[in-house]
Design a protein around this ligand. Structure first.
Ligand code: DP6
Length: 362
């Protein structure tokens, strides 16, 4: 089994003075949810997600060897071309966490220039795409220092590093379906990084659609980090973690056999369970908004009337992800425009589809 120490590099074979890398990394949407963690970003239960295609972060990393070596991290952070001081503490913390795995971090001054393809403050988790894009750039630099590195190690370590930035980010490196966390039925699964779903997925899930309805773009009242923490001493935590293992077994079979009716049951139940955990934490909180519930009810009514297999899932927020197979896209988009857009803030929604993971741009 691969352990944390396996990601500590031995001596690098070359040196490099300066350069630039650029990667894009997508967001992902969990089917079985990660909610609750142990020390060092180890998840309390396994999770599985569809990698998205259109909601991405694009990050350019420029680096230059420091003229005078110092014992602190040196970096500038630009968001959409402008300095962004509020993102710096998160990056600083990330650098501290990953320093043992990337011992060159204090040797360079970095400029991190980042932008999202989706409207910022849309309430879409940008930490998954952001942390995976940064991890890819850092791995490109490590590969330049150590060209013998295998491709397998390159992507695995990128996922490992991204996880240390934000748990769900480790599922954003590859496509189309990624599992993270030890699970008895997924060979090679690990708490330390995401793995590509090991068996072939059924054609029903090819180009599976995710239309993200932006219900509330405001700042969340409770962050994911605080929410995860409230799973310690949570009265239902242990049963929930067991249930995630069971649901992962079920969804694995469903992804292979294409049973959309069963898919819907697991995915919607996972979304509501996630929010039920929030509502039964101490302190308790609610991230859904009235319009979240309006949309859910409309989806159920539409599904009942048309037998079209659409369903919803939720992240730690009020936005609704509407999931459906490619062959019903036209009808579903019409339904969304006619009946759901009224519940979206400024009528905004984003059409996405299951995707292939990171891409190198430079
Ligand atoms: C509800 O990955 O954002 O989206 O590890 O603290 O950064 P941190 O948490 P984060 O948690 C997201 C949880 C979720 C469910 C999921 O994506 O599995």
């Amino acid at each position: 089994m691969i352990a944390e120490n396996d990601f500590i590099p031995s001596k690098y074979s070359t040196t490099i003075e300066k350069g630039t890398f650029k990667w894009s990394a997508p967001s992902n949407i969990a089917l079985v949810k990660y909610w609750g963690k142990k020390e060092n970003q180890v998840p309390a239960n396994p999770s599985i997600s569809f990698t998205l295609n259109n909601c991405k972060t694009i990050t350019e990393l420029s680096f230059e060897k420091k003229a005078n070596p110092s014992d602190d991290f040196s970096f500038d952070l630009l968001f959409e071309g402008k300095p962004k001081e509020d993102f710096k503490p998160k990056i600083q913390k990330f650098f501290e966490r990953v320093l043992v795995y990337l011992p060159f971090l204090k040797d360079y001054h970095f400029t991190i220039d980042t932008q999202n393809t989706f409207p910022h403050s849309s309430g879409i988790a940008s930490s998954a795409s952001g942390m995976s894009a940064l991890a890819m750039n850092l791995m490109s630099l490590e590969k330049a220092l150590h060209p013998e590195m295998t491709e397998h190690y390159f992507y695995q370590k990128a996922s490992f590093l991204a996880r240390l930035g934000s748990g769900s980010a480790c599922r954003s490196i590859r496509g189309n379906v990624v599992e993270w966390g030890n699970h008895a039925e997924i060979s090679g699964s690990s708490d330390l990084f995401g793995v590509i779903f090991p068996t072939k997925i059924h054609s029903n899930f090819q180009n599976y659609q995710d239309t993200i309805l932006l219900v509330d773009k405001g700042e969340k009242q409770v962050s994911s980090t605080v929410g995860h923490d409230l799973m310690h001493n949570h009265p239902f935590a242990e049963r929930r973690f067991e249930q995630a293992h069971e649901n992962l077994s079920k969804i694995k079979a469903i992804l292979e056999n294409g049973n959309l009716e069963e898919f819907i049951k697991i995915v919607e139940s996972e979304a509501l369970t996630l929010h039920a955990m929030m509502m039964t934490s101490m302190p308790y909180f609610i991230l859904m908004k009235p319009n979240t519930l309006e949309i859910i009810n409309k989806i159920w009514k539409f599904r009942n009337e048309t037998q079209i297999p659409i369903c919803f899932t939720l992240d730690a927020g009020a936005n609704v992800h509407v999931l459906y197979p490619e062959n019903v896209t036209e009808t579903v988009l019409q339904f969304i425009k006619d009946e759901l857009v009224v519940y979206c803030q400024n009528g905004q929604y984003i059409c996405d589809v299951i995707g292939n993971g990171v891409e190198q741009l430079k």
